[in-house]
Design a protein around this ligand. Structure first.
Ligand SMILES: NC(=O)c1ccc[n+]([C@@H]2O[C@H](COP(=O)([O-])OP(=O)(O)OC[C@H]3O[C@@H](n4cnc5c(N)ncnc54)[C@H](OP(=O)(O)O)[C@@H]3O)[C@@H](O)[C@H]2O)c1
Length: 279
């Protein structure tokens, strides 16, 4: 079986690649806009950029399934539709979507991406996870701020049921390999939701030094974003405020047969690995 992961160096794609690469029955292709940077064991690097449609047919030639990570661009619904039209008609598509897609971005941006997948003529499974725990260890997101002793997150009264991307990967593996998941949509969350001050406390305890919860000032939470991504992030924080990311679902334990990974375990593991010491 041949599988393509479109963003193999990302937080979810890398976790999925780690699971699939150990299987003898899978030829695994890892897509990147710069395939020279793909160094994951057992992964065949392929040139896959949303900016280079001319490369899509080669990346997807003879694949049986593809894990699609949506680019944060306004034209993603059309882009995903165009890309899927270049895949073999028998391709099974597992889409990394998000919670409450109808409320995402302008005019339900994620819902429109999902629509592109559902109407692609390919079989599909939709994954709708909440916030990833791994944004706390990602240098492009919260890693350095946490290393500096600060956890800035808007809306102190709103909780988030953070999910470990390894649980998303575990569900994605099942969806890619088992036809019983065709046509299904899974709402994925971690096992418990936490207000941000409680997250800061868990971080402090695991790091054995103070990490303070700080409510970002006006616009500060959007620092470092621009254009469509800024608009998308602002609307996402509104959904945090309204409690949409606090909802705990049973999909991970129901599908994997194991409890979803806890935020405490993720933070303890990352602290022990020195994630917040080196930044
Ligand atoms: N973060 C969250 O909490 C959260 C929650 C729910 C849903 N999501 C969704 O998850 C997706 C992000 O997934 P992630 O967090 O696993 O990824 P990520 O860690 O943010 O990494 C983004 C990936 O996109 C790739 N990329 C960058 N430019 C590209 C291009 N022009 N063409 C193709 N690939 C390109 C990068 O790889 P290369 O540099 O190698 O190309 C990288 O692997 C988004 O669609 C987001 O809406 C995120």
């Amino acid at each position: 079986m041949r599988i393509l992961i479109t963003a193999v160096r990302g937080k979810t794609g890398s976790a999925l690649a780690e699971r699939l690469a150990s299987r003898d029955d899978i030829e695994l292709r890892g897509g990147s806009s710069d395939p020279r940077l793909v160094d994951a064991r057992g992964v065949v690097p392929v040139d896959f950029s949303w900016d280079r449609p001319d490369r899509w047919p080669a990346a997807s030639a003879d694949v049986d399934a593809v894990f699609v990570v949506v680019p944060l661009r306004a034209d993603a619904p059309a882009l995903v539709a165009s890309y899927l039209a270049t895949t073999p008609p028998t391709t099974h598509v597992v889409l990394l979507s998000e919670r409450d897609p109808e409320r995402s971005g302008t005019q339900g941006w994620s819902a429109r991406v999902e629509h592109s997948v559902r109407t692609s003529g390919r079989s599909w499974t939709l994954l709708r996870p909440g916030w990833f725990m791994q944004v706390m260890s990602d240098p492009r997101f919260l890693r350095d701020e946490i290393a500096g002793g600060r956890f800035g997150f808007p809306h102190p009264g709103a909780s988030v049921a953070w999910i470990d991307t390894r649980d998303i990967a575990e569900v994605a593996e099942l969806a890619l390999l088992d036809r019983r998941h065709v046509g299904r949509t899974y709402e994925l969350s971690g096992p418990e939701s936490f207000p941000p001050a409680r997250v800061a406390k868990i971080l402090s305890e695991a790091m054995d030094r103070p990490v303070s919860y700080v409510e970002p000032g006006d616009g500060e939470a959007l620092d470092g974003t621009s254009g469509f991504e800024r608009e998308l992030t602002a609307l996402t924080y509104e959904r945090v405020r309204d409690g949409h990311f606090a909802v705990v679902t049973d999909a991970v334990p129901r599908l994997t047969g194991k409890p979803a990974r806890s935020l405490q375990a993720f933070i303890a593991e990352a602290a022990a690995a020195g994630v917040w010491e080196t930044a």
